[in-house]
Design a protein around this ligand. Structure first.
Ligand code: PEP
Length: 253
């Protein structure tokens, strides 16, 4: 059985007080199920605090980004994978569409960061997905294939065993537009079939999250698709009650 996950991406939201309160709320509200990981990804300045707040509980902490450079050095503003591991982070989001679109992260940079994360002992959550224009032009699958192939070229078949994928259609992120369960399933199945060309075991066992305007009222329908293994949640992860309800939808499957 594939591990499921419900991951919250806070993006550039939060504060010291918010971090403390949200993690305490999740600890008290969420009944953790062993095969459904609960992950919270705050901004980097709150990570150490989040790790401490979550200590002794089943709430896992991840970063939203890491440097594409592995070793310490003169890279002002960068945070290396080994630093995230050092403070107790276990996961890191890589290649979120906002980083691709706003910070110039190419498929190759995303691939390098994926390798940096694995080498640092982190589990990368690698985001792939198409824009609306790409979908309308019939290019969704070729765009996603290119995103996956760049990662494959960098980490090899074995590297995929340490990766969680997130399919996040760019047109559904923060827009209130959600892919229908069928649209999500179709792309998740495509991703699995694409990876199966490399290795059928990897394809069958990798967790693929869906992200894009997941809310408490649509989570169950999306998560119940056969190739969907949970969600990467943006806006709704900033509301503890909503996030807990989304987790409960995954745990109920
Ligand atoms: C995201 O940022 O990864 C995301 C899925 O955002 P939202 O849930 O707000 O669409």
């Amino acid at each position: 059985m594939r591990q499921m996950m419900v991951a919250g991406n806070w993006k550039m939201h939060g504060s010291v007080a918010f971090t403390q309160e949200m993690i305490a709320l999740l600890q008290s509200k969420v009944a953790i199920k062993e095969n459904v990981t609960l992950l919270v990804c705050p901004p980097s300045v709150f990570l150490a605090q989040a790790v401490q707040a979550a200590a002794g509980s089943e709430v896992r902490i991840g970063a939203q980004n890491l440097s594409d450079v592995a070793a310490p050095g003169a890279y002002t503003g960068e945070v290396a994978g080994f630093m995230l591991s050092d403070i107790g982070c276990q996961y890191v989001i890589v290649g979120h569409s906002e980083r691709r679109a706003l910070y110039g992260e190419t498929n190759e940079i995303v691939a390098t960061k994926t390798k940096m994360a694995i080498d640092a002992g982190l589990t990368p959550i690698v985001c792939v997905g198409e824009t609306l224009t790409e979908r309308e032009n019939g290019h969704a699958e070729s765009i996603i294939a290119a995103q996956l192939d760049a990662v494959s070229a960098c980490i090899g078949v074995d590297g995929w065993r340490s990766v969680v994928l997130a399919y996040e259609p760019v047109w559904a992120i923060g827009t209130g537009k959600t892919a229908t369960p069928e649209q999500a399933q179709a792309i998740h199945a495509f991703i699995r079939a694409h990876l199966a060309k490399l290795d059928v075991t990897v394809a069958a066992s990798i967790s693929i999250l869906y992200g894009g305007s997941v809310k408490p009222d649509n989570a169950a329908a999306i998560f119940s698709q056969s190739d969907v293994d949970g969600g990467l949640i943006g806006g709704a992860a900033l509301n503890g009650d909503d996030f807990a309800r989304i987790y409960a939808a995954a745990a109920a499957l």
